[in-house]
Design a protein around this ligand. Structure first.
Ligand SMILES: C[S@@+](CC[C@H](N)C(=O)[O-])C[C@H]1O[C@@H](n2cnc3c(N)ncnc32)[C@H](O)[C@@H]1O
Length: 364
């Protein structure tokens, strides 16, 4: 393409981009309203008490009537609520089909509450992120606030609850037998702990140690384990991932669920995991399903990963000055390269199909 081509007016392309940006603005604005509904338990209250008027809802929730009227109107117009008339002040609202599964049931495979929490979380960190583009500094996970941990937990929990033990483990040769026999597992970068908890629930002889350096995540993980009745077999500690090597070769399985690409020092983390493996053990990595080579423009999944990497993963991984963070576009070749540097012999891409994730087994 020549400079002249670049500068040539292209009203059709501009109009298409304008339309796309309007769609994006609409989506972002609606996500904020969805987050408000989720945060204040409004969908919950409507689900439990609907069909309901704005005044009744204000009484039930203790929320401001005027704000509720505006919110209810927005939800009806966007199709998340139904209204049995045309007067938002007096008519009754009910949840639209699908809203219960998508917004009220955190372990439903259709749960989408996490997507709504990403927006306010990013908003909190945004002033630091804008500045970081000039300074090169990282933006710590804690800068994204409590909504970040909430978003992370909400995004991944449904898959761990619905797929980890029933689909993913059986697709890894030999793993079911190892876990059934009572393996020791280290779950690195465990976040709110759902991967560790679901493994412990499915395999009653398994013992899991969850490592994460974020205090808020670990306190949620401990609470979740207690609520799920597995706290006696799942131990969560605030620790850097590299601490896994401290006890020597003691784990039959070490897992990195959607965290390797976020780490400031992925090779050190992989090396520590290898050191922690008992003889015959292996490392399982679940990470983003980035295309094997760059395709530009990419599809919606690649667009989401690339944007999230820019505003979320990479800034968080840049917290150390000598960071080697990869970011969410971690292609299989890059993972193989990291594993090679960390001393692994081979890397298998596992036969698990998922729109967002790819699974690997690293063999020492
Ligand atoms: C994208 S989240 C994934 C959390 C969880 N595995 C999940 O699937 O929901 C990445 C996690 O890695 C943790 N983390 C990042 N760097 C870490 C480090 N050096 N040591 C321990 N945890 C780390 C973060 O605190 C965060 O909880």
């Amino acid at each position: 393409m020549t400079t002249t081509d670049v500068n040539k007016a292209d009203p059709q392309a501009a109009e298409a981009l304008l339309g796309r940006m309007f769609g994006a603005a609409l989506g972002a604005a609606e996500l904020f309203t969805i987050y408000l509904g989720d945060r204040h338990g409004i969908y919950q209250a409507i689900g439990a008490n609907g069909p309901i008027t704005a005044s009744e809802l204000a009484e039930r929730t203790g929320l401001d009537h005027r704000y509720l009227v505006e919110w209810l109107q927005s939800q009806a117009i966007s199709g998340l609520l139904t209204i049995d008339g045309t007067d938002v002040w007096t008519d009754r609202f009910e949840l639209a089909p699908g809203v219960r599964e998508a917004l009220l049931e955190p372990s439903s495979p259709f749960y989408a509450g996490g997507l709504a929490a990403i927006v306010p979380a990013t908003g909190r960190a945004f002033p630091q992120l804008v500045e970081a583009f000039r300074t090169g500094a990282g933006v710590p996970y804690t800068a994204y606030g409590e909504e970040a941990v909430q978003a992370q937990e909400a995004l991944n929990r449904p898959a761990y609850v619905n797929s980890l033990a029933t689909e993913w483990v059986p697709a890894v040769p030999g793993l079911h037998d190892v876990l059934s026999a009572g393996a020791r597992v280290a779950d690195l970068g465990t976040g709110a702990g759902w991967s560790a908890i679901e493994l412990a629930k499915a395999y009653p002889a398994v013992q899991v140690d969850g490592y994460d350096n974020d205090e808020d995540s670990i306190s949620r993980a401990r609470r979740n384990a207690a609520e799920q009745g597995v706290a006696h077999r799942v131990d969560f500690e605030v620790r850097d991932i590299t601490a896994v090597a401290a006890g020597g070769p003691q784990y039959d399985v070490v897992t990195f669920f959607e965290c390797l690409h976020d780490l400031a020092h992925p090779v050190e983390a992989l090396t520590a995991a290898r050191t922690a493996l008992a003889p015959g053990g292996s490392v399982i990595v679940m990470d983003e399903r980035a295309d094997e080579v760059l395709t530009a423009p990419g599809d919606e999944v690649q667009r989401f990963l690339a944007a999230a990497s820019t505003i979320w993963c990479t800034p968080q991984g840049l917290v150390d000055e000598d960071s080697d963070v990869v970011g969410a576009i971690m292609r299989p070749d890059q993972l193989r390269h990291l594993a090679g540097h960390a001393g692994y012999g081979t890397v298998d891409v596992l036969p698990i199909e998922h729109p967002f994730w790819r699974f690997y087994r690293l063999n020492p």
